[in-house]
Design a protein around this ligand. Structure first.
Ligand SMILES: Cc1cc2nc3c(=O)[nH]c(=O)nc-3n(C[C@H](O)[C@H](O)[C@H](O)COP(=O)(O)OP(=O)(O)OC[C@H]3O[C@@H](n4cnc5c(N)ncnc54)[C@H](O)[C@@H]3O)c2cc1C
Length: 369
């Protein structure tokens, strides 16, 4: 939506297809954002559609943690004003035909265009550990598949992972009446935001607020981040998106939900309608369901709607697309946004806060060509 708003502002005729806010609408309604209020601005060229303007226009309070309902209301308002004409259809096939691109939508209509921006988020990249291979969805699912945990009331379940979505899913499962255990490879880390107080917040954290104090400034400017040596980019990226929980979530998990840290799953097997886990400490668990809070691993190879020949021409590194300063891939006219742009532009691309830089760069490039 942000890229389209910027393109149209520059007079570029733009068609936008996809299901608006689909990923967020599938999340549990009681969820809250890890991001701070200042960092959820969906970028528009004249900053007329900020979350602050939405809060004023709608009479909704500006609160932290930000409720999912606030973001959905804000995005719907943004969409109504900037991209009311989204075609709520998936692209089934994107191919290059030499002169440009041919995009086939799920209803069969074909669009010819000279430029394509792939902004399909992370849903395609859900991470499934090897031990889950062959297990049925009745026993193992990714947390992204659930908006409602009430069916697991009274059931014995485990959540794998220690990132925000794993920890919040565990809290929601517990609150829905499930007997929950979090099993994590590493320690459970709670974010310490002592420097985010009224007095020092603006010094240590830019409005984008991605990453720890100070480091957040390095990632605030993705154009600058891109110029850092690869080893520094990788280190900073890993530090900024390491698995951790927001401070406001802690009282709902710490001492409330059973946590088994520094433990891996070695085997998972179906026995009747239950799942048996063998852990790295030799212990076993018998469960009704296993929830994967294992996050997302961006991998351009998983974007199966891209034509095979196109795939072969897209340069990538460890699954991430390799992009120039305009977010353009090695195939001229084919742009990528979001987490998949993280190799060059860093962790800010994974968040709403990255929409500004991304939309400005892409719209500038497209308008100039
Ligand atoms: C549990 C969780 C919590 C998060 N919390 C935060 C947070 O607090 N703050 C934050 O800034 N970010 C958060 N994120 C990251 C968040 O996903 C991104 O910030 C944001 O959604 C990126 O927007 P996007 O438009 O790139 O992708 P998405 O919002 O995922 O949108 C992708 C769009 O692409 C469409 N699409 C997919 N495939 C096709 C296709 N083949 N053809 C056409 N359209 C297609 C979808 O319908 C959808 O409209 C969170 C992510 C997760 C998983």
């Amino acid at each position: 939506m942000a890229v389209t708003a910027h393109l149209r502002n520059r007079g570029v005729e733009t068609l936008i297809a996809g299901k608006p806010m689909e990923f967020w609408k599938r999340m549990p309604p009681g969820m809250h954002l890890k991001s701070s209020y200042s960092s959820i601005t969906i970028s528009d060229p004249e900053r007329r559609y900020t979350q602050q303007r939405y809060a004023a226009a709608s009479g909704r309070p500006a609160e932290e943690p930000v409720p999912l309902a606030f973001l959905l209301g804000y995005a719907e308002w943004f969409q109504r004003h900037n991209t009311p004409d989204i075609l709520a259809l998936y692209a089934r096939h994107v191919a290059s035909d030499g002169a440009g691109y041919r995009v086939t939508l799920e209803d069969g209509q074909e669009i010819k265009t000279s430029k394509v921006v792939i902004a399909t988020g992370v849903a395609h990249f859900a991470r499934y550990p090897d031990y889950t291979r062959g297990l049925p969805p009745e026993l193992v699912t990714h947390v992204q598949d659930h908006a409602d945990f009430s069916p697991w009331s009274g059931k014995r379940v485990a959540v794998i992972g220690s990132g925000e979505s794993a920890l919040e899913s565990a809290a929601l499962l517990h609150e829905a009446g499930a007997e929950v255990e979090i099993i994590a490879r590493g320690p459970v880390i709670w974010i310490d935001r002592r420097l985010a107080n009224e007095r020092t917040r603006r010094i240590f954290y830019p409005p984008s607020d991605v990453g720890p104090a100070g480091v957040a400034w390095l990632v605030h400017y993705p154009g600058f981040f891109r110029l850092l040596p690869e080893s520094a980019r990788v280190r900073i990226d890993q530090r900024c998106v390491r698995a951790s929980g927001a401070p406001w979530l802690r009282p709902r998990v710490d001492g409330v939900v059973r946590v088994t840290e520094r433990t891996e799953i070695q085997r998972a097997e179906q026995r009747g309608d239950r799942l048996w886990l063998t852990l790295s400490d030799g212990a076993t668990r018998e469960l009704d369901h296993l929830f994967l809070g294992t996050g997302y691993a961006p991998d351009v190879g998983k974007l199966t709607f891209l034509d095979e020949r196109l795939h072969q021409r897209i340069a990538s590194n460890n699954g991430y697309t390799v992009l120039n300063e305009w977010f353009e891939s090695s195939v001229p006219g084919l742009f990528f946004t979001g987490a998949i742009a993280g190799y060059n532009f860093g962790p800010i691309c994974r968040f709403i806060a990255g929409t500004g830089a991304t939309a400005r760069q892409i719209s500038h490039r497209v308008a100039m060509s």
